[in-house]
Ligand binder design. Sequence first.
Ligand SMILES: [Mg+2]
Length: 302
Amino acid sequence: MTADSASARRLERALASLRGLSVGDALGSQFFVPANYPLLKQRALPPGPWQWTDDTEMACSVLAVLSAHGRVDQDALARSFAEHHDFDRGYGPAVNRLLRLVREGGDWRELSSALFQGQGSWGNGSAMRIAPLGAWYADDPEQATHQAEISSYPTHQHREAVVGAMAVAAAASLAAAPGGPPSPEDLLDGVITLVPRSAVGAGLRRARDMLDYQDAGTVAAVLGNGRRTSAHDTVPFALWSAARSLGDYEQAFWATAQAGGDVDTTCAIVGGVVASGGAGAPPADWLARTEEPPAWLTPFLP
Ligand SMILES: [Mg+2]
């Protein structure tokens, strides 16, 4: 395979993951509208169009930087996040302020490390955007994990957020492996070996122990469902849910959404991981109801 066709295939895989991520994000966010609550229990679709949120907007920057640079360039990524920051897409207040200051010329290194009294953010924002990077590195889960680590710093520097991003990228990489998706056990075992000790890592080991549980609500009650919007109360449950439904996007979405919490983000993570393997694409009519990617992404696409 030539270098060009290898990178074209990386981009195709990453784009497939981005589609899954954006459908999960956009449809998941519909269930914050009170009129749509009853539909969730019935597994019925709300009317379109479904607008995506910050999860998709940031994931588009990840894809754009990979397409332009072939790897994560932190300065380019921070610049893209800031330039393409739409305040009304549901960002958390700390990231809204950070991206505004970066856009006005601030240094992301100083601003990101200063968040939360110098601890950095442990929010789930660097995990929610990173599945397409894992798909890009489907042939190299270690590199996926490393690139995800450095991708977190422009906005999320707390160890838990960094490990959360590493775990999601590792999962997306393993889910898109050339030989087809792994078993649920192999997926979580693979992720666990790729991430350092942390609360996210401990949560993933608990998730591994709960793979035979049938009720996502019970598992979410133990692992968290993103209600606190931290990496460690989001990523273990999302990867539990993705692991159980590799190859079946609809089942993955509904089981995840019905557990409640930060539904756009848990469904963005699950959608991005499940769709990164070719077998788990979202249904065509779901994709058709989802808002198109932003026009600024077009020059980076095939
Ligand atoms: Mg969101």
